[in-house]
Design a protein around this ligand. Structure first.
Ligand code: ATP
Ligand SMILES: O=C(O)[C@@H](O)C(=O)CO
Length: 426
């Protein structure tokens, strides 16, 4: 057993989500380390207060997502963690089959527990939950652009219903009024739902103060499920118990020299706008995947284009496309094959760019980040300062070379994110 024990063990269903959560914990005074993939039995337990295992399980077959998540949880328990967190997307990305419901069910079973809250709210990034309905900015989830997501189109904003379709457990609601009545009222509301036989409580949250109430009310929960927002209040629970010293924000990373690049595979509205903005100040290549649906040719095209530009300035290579183009490619190849083709191309480009000396890399999109980080053979990420809420610079460890990576969730970041990222390098 390790002589230092982590407190919080987290399983994230994608890589950008994992850095988002790690960043939230770091900002609130926990030392956090992100591990890539299910750790093996011989993986040393990092010296950290929180460990986040990043999986690429959001869109994998249900059985695979359940098996990997359960294996990650077992490792985290063995490492000594006391409380557990299942991190999914702040836009609740999933399908009627899963994977949020089945994975949460399996984690509860593994912990011998029968109740967990579910809350994807992240007001700093415009995600709020009101009367169980998820809003992105001022729009309901199903009118936010997420209804066009290439892999997990979200066509229902009622999370009680959405989660209800993914689990045989009963799903209830803790509404805003209960949350805003404070920690004791919220605990009562959750206890009542549990007594009535509910397995999950969707919890409303529209502000950071709601998130802190939720964090405190769940201090004794073995498992929390949600976006990074509800992790905001967790470090304080451990401090209150005397288990966590008061620390300032952690997160100093070394400067790393070398050419810089952005690889974008997210087709979210935010990423599409960021690519458009990047055209004003950076060199941008937009791959036409529909015209050339062939991985080798697209990769070569990107590398030829990059060759003459890389030495002088940050470059942006994007496969991202608006909904009608995504739909056309999916019609041609099938949904999963279309996604896999683009991921293969961007992972191949990343590998070749790093081979050519790139050491500062921004990747847009969770699935895309999963493909890139896995191809680079990165095992662990140290978390640095945030560029925008939920998107920190990180230092990739285990690759051999030091590489700075920023894994941007599709919908996160301001319009000028790509330029800002290189202005805010460690
Ligand atoms: N032109 C395209 N046509 C079809 N699919 C595409 C195209 N470009 C990218 N994709 C696929 O769309 C998916 C986008 O998912 P990804 O998780 O990377 O972004 P996101 O969902 O916006 O980000 P996040 O998960 O961080 O919110 C990937 O599988 C990617 O390969
Ligand atoms: O919660 C979010 O929106 C992000 O951390 C994420 O999971 C994107 O894939």
């Amino acid at each position: 057993m390790p002589d230092h024990k982590p407190l919080l063990g987290c399983v994230a269903d994608d890589f950008t989500g994992a850095t988002d959560l790690a960043s939230m914990l770091v900002r609130n005074g926990m030392r956090a380390v992100q591990l890539i993939g299910v750790p093996g039995g011989d993986t040393p337990v990092p010296e950290a207060d929180a460990i986040i295992v990043a999986l690429k399980s959001r869109t994998s077959p249900v059985a695979e997502a359940v098996a990997q998540s359960t294996a990650a949880l077992r490792w985290l328990r063995e490492a000594g963690c006391q409380q557990f967190f299942f991190k999914y997307c702040s836009t609740f990305d999933s399908t009627d089959e899963g994977n949020i419901g089945p994975v949460a069910d399996a984690l509860l079973r593994e912990l011998g527990d029968d109740f967990a809250l579910a809350c994807p709210a992240f007001p700093a990034n415009g995600r709020s939950v009101y009367q169980g309905h998820l809003f992105v900015g001022t729009r309901l989830l199903n009118e936010s652009g997420m209804e066009h997501h290439p892999l997990t189109p979200m066509r229902d904003a009622d999370l009680v219903r959405v989660l209800g379709r993914q689990t045989e457990g009963k799903v209830g609601l803790v509404p805003t009024a209960r949350v805003q009545a404070g920690v004791a009222a919220m605990r009562e509301a959750m206890a009542a739902l549990r007594t009535e036989g509910h397995r999950y409580a969707i919890v409303d949250a529209v502000s950071d103060s709601d998130l802190r109430v939720i964090g405190e009310a769940a201090a004794e929960h073995r498992l929390l499920t949600g976006g990074s927002g509800i992790a905001m209040g967790l470090p304080e629970n451990f401090r209150r118990q005397g288990l966590l010293p008061t620390r300032g924000e952690a997160g100093e990373l070394p400067a790393v020299e070398g050419p810089a690049a952005v690889l974008a595979g997210s087709c979210s509205r935010a990423t599409l706008a960021q690519i458009a903005a990047a055209r004003e100040s950076l060199e941008v290549l937009e791959l036409d995947v529909l015209a050339t649906p062939e991985a080798g040719a697209l990769t070569q095209q990107a590398l030829d284009w990059a060759a003459t530009r890389l030495a002088t300035q940050p470059i942006v290579i994007a496969a991202s496309a608006p909904p009608e183009k995504v739909a056309a490619l999916q019609e041609k190849l099938g949904r999963d094959a279309a996604g896999a083709l683009v991921e293969e191309v961007l992972a191949g480009v990343a590998e070749a760019l790093v081979g050519r000396g790139v050491r500062r890399l921004v990747v847009a999109g969770g699935e895309t980040s999963g493909a890139v980080v896995s191809r680079l053979g990165v095992r662990q990420l140290r978390i640095g300062a945030e560029i925008d809420p939920g998107v920190p610079w990180t230092l990739a460890e285990g690759h051999g070379e030091e590489i700075l990576l920023a894994l941007k969730s599709g919908n996160f970041g301001g319009r000028d994110f790509f330029r800002e990222a290189f202005r805010k390098l460690p």
